[in-house]
Ligand binder design. Structure first.
Ligand SMILES: NC(=O)c1ccc[n+]([C@@H]2O[C@H](COP(=O)([O-])OP(=O)(O)OC[C@H]3O[C@@H](n4cnc5c(N)ncnc54)[C@H](OP(=O)(O)O)[C@@H]3O)[C@@H](O)[C@H]2O)c1
Length: 357
């Protein structure tokens, strides 16, 4: 059996406080808590058991904890972050893993996994290929459910210059009528927009703010690496659908509380075959995982221990390949979720009514 590991980290200090053992950190200033994390080494969080493909192949592995928050992974020097992630990978190797997945911002640091992979003797993946496939599939499915016809509805990608964003644009472009792109303020997306417009023969607009893109779009893929929410209630059009893939989330909780006329779904919730037990609560119901975790499991089931999704130019062939392997091993999109809850028929019907009017 080929075993895997997946590196996870707290998205914020609040994430650490939610764990009972560390409840006291909620009373400390966030920057203090982050300073305390800096000298800490990697740790084994839990063992993952029970993954069984319909082909009969099995795999198992470990969650390895990286003690840095998303903000630290953006703000601390890249070499400090990379050293720590490499130590997590070495721990994974000592445990017996032959491939390791980089969770959340462990995949965002510096060159998106390339240097980390060069420094490790086991395979490395960001899990981004399967994340891209499930994000686009989920966004288009949700759009259809709320009565939006992708062939005429304008779409937006927030985080358009990123590893996930760029490939999502390629997958979305053949299905949508018009595209609006946004990234970090100040990023010049004009050359990218012109190139995509020429290749796909659709209007593509480079926006200098997230707000500008959202004021036009009805189908939105949120895939930024912002450390705080960047999509707020007053920014969205009535009847819009947002597939939020980002961790930490791009969409603020207020959107769900104050805008019943828009549908927010979280990208990348995947049902895992067999009787998987993660022995760790990352906010999903039993037997569901993030797509990036699923990609690591799929590669282990295939015995594929080479490096896979790395860098900011993910090849579409890899996205198609991992989607095929996911089907072979019984992984599939697990319905729609939003802020730890299942999206209800009523929520969908309410947004559909807005679009039918
Ligand atoms: N749900 C899942 O299964 C899953 C799996 C993997 C990753 N993720 C999440 O997906 C997100 C993107 O990952 P990635 O690998 O594509 O990252 P990436 O390659 O670093 O790309 C990030 C993108 O976000 C933009 N960005 C950064 N800060 C921003 C801000 N404040 N406002 C607007 N745009 C901003 C960047 O713009 P610049 O180019 O201008 O910096 C870039 O376009 C992360 O949150 C990650 O944790 C989720």
């Amino acid at each position: 059996m080929t075993r895997f590991a997946f590196i996870i980290h707290p998205l914020s200090v609040a994430d650490i406080a939610r764990k009972h053992k560390y409840f006291f950190v909620r009373y400390l200033p966030e920057r203090w808590v982050e300073k305390l994390l800096l000298p800490r080494g990697p740790e084994v969080v839990s063992e993952i058991t029970g993954i069984r493909s319909p082909t009969g192949t099995t795999t198992g592995g470990w969650f390895v904890g990286l003690p840095l928050t998303a903000r630290q992974l953006v703000e601390e020097p890249a070499d400090v972050c990379i050293d720590k992630i490499v130590r997590c990978g070495e721990l994974a190797q000592e445990l017996g893993a032959e491939i390791v997945g980089l969770g959340a911002f462990a995949a965002v640091v510096a060159d998106a996994g390339i240097t980390i992979a060069q420094r490790l003797d086991i395979g490395v993946t960001t899990g981004n290929s399967y994340t891209i496939a499930t994000a686009v599939e989920g966004a288009l499915e949700a759009a259809a459910l709320v009565g939006l016809d992708a062939a005429v509805a304008p779409a937006a990608v927030i985080g358009a210059s990123g590893s996930i964003g760029k490939a999502c644009i390629e997958l979305l472009a053949p299905s949508v009528a018009e595209l609006w792109l946004a990234a970090k303020p100040g990023e010049d997306l004009q050359p990218q927009a012109e190139e995509i417009a020429t290749r796909h023969a659709i209007p593509v607009h480079a926006c200098d703010s997230v707000d500008a893109a959202l004021s036009e779009a009805q189908i939105i893929l949120a895939v930024s690496a912002a450390v705080q929410a960047i999509i707020h209630p007053d920014m969205l059009r009535p009847g819009a659908v947002v597939c939020d893939v980002a961790r930490p989330r791009d969409v603020s909780r207020q959107v769900v509380e104050e805008r019943p006329d828009v549908l927010v779904i979280e990208g990348g919730a995947v049902a895992v075959p067999g009787n998987v037990d993660f022995h760790f609560d990352f906010g999903f119901p039993p037997r569901l995982s993030y797509a990036c975790m699923a990609e690591t499991m799929i590669l282990a089931l295939e015995g594929r221990t080479e490096d896979y999704s790395l860098g900011r130019d993910i090849k579409l062939e890899q996205v198609y390949e991992i989607s095929g392997l996911a089907r072979k091993h019984g992984f599939k999109l697990a319905g729609f979720r939003c802020f730890e809850k299942t999206v209800t028929e009523e929520q969908i019907a309410r947004v559909r009514q807005v679009n039918d009017e």
